[in-house]
Design a binder for this molecule. Structure first.
Ligand SMILES: Nc1ncnc2c1ncn2[C@@H]1O[C@H](COP(=O)(O)OP(=O)(O)OP(=O)(O)O)[C@@H](O)[C@H]1O
Ligand SMILES: [Mg+2]
Length: 354
């Protein structure tokens, strides 16, 4: 069994705070606590926290409502302030690498190196070539600090800071295992961001966050139907799973179709970029998570644009509900939105570096 205990997964998203706590059981991991609190629009914009006290208050309230006492948490940062790259370096020891990594980052990361926190994971050692492949990750310190400070002010103890793209990969790995011989894309489409992670032969080969998601659907619905953002949001969510002609205006479905196609177009360009630069032939499947995965038009559009089959992931395939405190209605209705929080909840307070 893995060392340490699972941290509480805390996903501070543009539209809501999601919190999950897992525990080890004989049958695997079980969900023991679940919390969800909506955030007002403009509380977080482009991943920047604009209204700290609203987020601190939401965190404290979510922990209290969900009856979570554990304070050690895993957080995630994402968006334009985070970059990951697969790089190749000469073979060296971990101690040498720890010294060298800053220099490597300077060559590969388009941020001022003074402003970023750099981390890496060794993907593969290739002694025959005298080389090793690394996954290099850089995130702006300011952004990490903002999230960490907010969590501390809510009396939490952040032990891990991850990125959305990796959290969904971890969850996928736990639920299904990563395919050793195929290339897949796992894509989390939230409100302000779509995080893409292309996993090739069991490791992440490419990540990119696109600043597009459910908010642009709601914005366009609001503009084109002449209704408020809140009304547009309600109508959009009500449309999921309904046919055009079923009481909601046809125009609504047209706008959803149109904006889904433009989000899918951006996603397709990233997938094409990966294919053109990696030498990989094809992506065999796209797995979709995040609140916007609830829209059937979005998965069809991605399938059509990228000519690939798309599956919406259910996050708790292998995670059983283990406590009566878990609100089953909340779990079902928000399943797609919980993937990042669940992926974070897989992280532990003691982890061995690979
Ligand atoms: N049933 C539904 N049908 C359509 N869209 C939905 C549905 N449920 C949620 N959404 C949309 O999903 C988005 C919220 O998803 P999620 O919670 O994954 O995003 P977030 O984490 O708050 O945002 P971000 O990841 O961009 O910071 C919103 O745009 C919301 O309108
Ligand atoms: Mg999110």
């Amino acid at each position: 069994m893995a060392e340490g205990i699972p941290l509480v997964g805390v996903d501070i998203g543009a539209t809501s705070v999601k919190v999950c706590q897992l525990k080890d059981t004989r049958a695997g991991l079980g969900l023991v606590r679940l919390g969800f609190s909506p955030l007002e629009p403009q509380t977080i914009v482009d991943r920047h926290i604009m209204n700290s006290s609203a987020v601190i208050e939401a965190l404290a309230r979510t922990f209290a409502n969900a009856k979570i006492r554990q304070k050690e948490v895993a957080l995630s940062v994402s968006g334009q302030s985070v970059i990951s790259r697969k790089i190749t370096v000469p073979i060296m020891t971990t101690a040498e690498l720890d010294e060298q990594i800053q220099w490597e980052a300077e060559n590969h990361i388009p941020f001022d190196i003074k402003d970023v926190h750099v981390d890496y994971e060794i993907l593969r050692r290739r002694p025959e070539a005298g080389q090793m492949d690394l996954l290099l990750v850089a995130a702006k310190r300011d952004e990490i600090n903002d999230y960490v400070q907010i969590a501390r002010q809510a009396k939490l103890k952040p032990a891990v800071v991850d990125i959305d793209a990796f959290t969904i990969q971890n969850l996928f790995e736990y639920n299904r295992g990563l395919p050793p011989d195929r290339t897949i894309a796992i894509i989390n489409v939230g409100a302000s961001l779509a995080s893409i992670n292309i996993v090739s032969r069991g490791t992440s080969a490419f990540t990119r966050d696109i600043t597009n998601g459910g908010n642009s659907l709601t914005d366009q619905i609001s503009k084109q139907l002449g209704i408020s953002f809140e009304q547009a949001e309600q109508m959009k969510c009500a449309s999921a799973g309904q046919e055009a002609g079923g009481g909601l205006p046809n125009k609504l479905f047209q706008v959803i179709e149109q904006v889904s196609d433009s989000i899918a177009g951006e996603i397709q360009r990233s997938l094409d970029f990966f294919l053109a630069t990696s030498g990989e032939e094809r992506i065999s499947r796209v797995y979709l998570t995040g609140g916007s995965a609830n829209l059937p038009q979005l998965s069809s559009a991605i399938g059509r644009r990228a000519r690939v089959s798309v599956e919406v992931l259910h996050p708790t395939e292998r995670i059983a509900v283990e406590a009566r405190e878990v609100d089953a209605g909340l779990l079902n209705s928000r399943a797609a939105q919980l993937c990042v929080a669940l992926g974070l909840a897989l992280r532990r307070n003691k982890e061995k570096r690979q």
